[in-house]
Design a protein around this ligand. Structure first.
Ligand SMILES: [Zn+2]
Length: 265
């Protein structure tokens, strides 16, 4: 048996985007009637990475729940008009509006763990408490758990992956586990002005599915736009505050979403 030689993350992702099967509906991802639990490290990741999938779930009457892991209060740290508590409240409102646009119930189908932005834990008591909270939210048990990719170059995205893996290990055997890359896409499609860490090397060949979201793209665009603090000049008093670059939006608004099958071990 030969062992595949490791590939750089960007090349690996481009191969996944080229070669993984393209599904026209949710059955290959979720089975005939399964639902999803989506972990979003920040309010907006659910729409950027899974907006089409969530809209498809709603359209098919499948159960879908989004759990936002961090409070999102770190996007505009110098704003006086939006100190952390106000910014966090705004971002919750935006996330509720976004999932409503996708067809979910903005009260029932989204929950917020409220962990500190840029300091989501990946071990320790706060981590264990978060996994316990996720287990309570995963009732009824979803057929699949989705989370950002472990190689996304953002500490909260990697920590959320670790958290989701712990959740999947505690859920019934057979629960499917997929990663959706957000910032990791920059390894394959460099974003101007977006610094990248050294490119990780990946040994295993890509597994997973691309979901055709053409029908749901208009809703996905509206859901991303609902995160007005991240995509528009809503907050004017922090010039260095975060704004999603147009190139990242263009990656999110392609006709397929990528779901990488990953191992929770
Ligand atoms: Zn994020």
């Amino acid at each position: 048996m030969s062992v595949a030689s490791p590939r750089r993350a960007g090349e690996w992702l481009r191969a996944a985007e080229r070669n993984l099967p393209l599904a026209a509906d949710l059955n290959p991802l979720l089975g005939p009637a399964g639902g999803v639990l989506v972990l979003a490290p920040h309010p907006d990741d659910e729409s950027l990475g899974c907006g089409g999938l969530l809209a498809a779930c709603a359209a098919e009457g499948r159960a879908a729940r989004v759990v936002v892991v961090s409070d999102g209060a770190g996007s505009h740290p110098r704003s006086r008009a939006y100190p952390p508590a106000r910014l966090s409240a705004l971002r919750q409102e935006e996330a509720r509006a976004a999932v409503a646009v996708l067809g979910l119930d903005p009260l029932r189908d989204i929950a917020f763990l409220g962990l500190p932005d840029t300091a989501v834990p990946s071990a320790g008591p706060a981590f264990e408490a978060a996994v316990a909270a996720l287990l309570r939210l995963a009732d009824p048990a979803p057929s699949a758990v989705l989370v950002t990719w472990r190689h996304d170059p953002h500490c909260d995205h990697a920590a959320s992956f670790t958290m989701a893996a712990a959740l999947v290990r505690a859920l019934p055997a057979g629960t499917r586990f997929y990663a959706y890359p957000v910032w990791g896409l920059a390894f394959a499609h460099p974003l101007p002005g977006f610094p990248l860490p050294p490119e990780p090397l990946i040994s295993e060949p890509p597994r997973g599915i691309r979901l055709d979201i053409t029908r749901h793209l208009p809703a996905k665009r509206r859901a991303v736009a609902a995160h007005a603090s991240q995509v528009s000049p809503l907050i004017t008093d922090d010039p260095q505050g975060f704004r999603l670059p147009p190139e990242a939006l263009a990656l999110a608004f392609r006709s397929a979403e990528l779901f990488l099958e990953v191992d929770p071990a």
